[in-house]
Design a protein around this ligand. Sequence first.
Ligand code: OFO
Length: 171
Amino acid sequence: MLSERMQTVLNKQVRIEAESSQVYLAMASWAEQKGLEGVSEFMYDQSDEERQHMMKLFKYINERGGHAKVTELNGPELEFGSIKEMFETLFNHEVFVSQSINELVHIALEEKDYATHNFLQWYVAEQIEEEAQARTILDKINLIGDDKGGLYLFDNDIKQLSVVSSVAPEA
Ligand code: OFO
C-alpha cells in the first residue's frame, strides 16, 4: 500500500510525464511545419515514449492500492527560434525530469517504501539515457552551426535515432 505522501508525489510525476509528452508533441509539430521530417519523426517518438512513462507510473499507483489521477496540464511552448533552441529546451526539460525522479527516489527511502524505490530505478536508468542522447544531439547541432547542408544531413541522421529508441526493449 502506498503512503499518502508517496501517492501524491507519484501523481505529480504522472503530470510531469504527461506534460513532457505534450512538450515533445509541440516540438514535433514545429519541426514538421519547418520541413524537418527526421526531427519531427524523432519528436513524435519521444512524445509517445513520455506517454508510456506516464502510463507505467499510472498503472503502478493503482496496482499499489492508490488512485492514479488525470489532471489538467500546462500548455507547452509552441514556437522555437531555431532547431538549436528547440533541443536546448528539450535538454533542460530532461534535466528537470531527472531532478524530479531523484526527489521521488529520496522520498521513497524516507517512506521506507522499497517497492517504489525499486520501481523507480527504471526511471533513473532511463533519465541517464535521455540526458546523454540530448547531449549528443546538441553536440552535433553545435558542430553544424549555420551550415544548411549540415542541417539537411542531420535531419536524415536523426531518423536512425528514432529507429533505435523505438525498438529499445521496454522494461
Ligand atoms: Fe524523458 O522523461 Fe520521462 O521519464
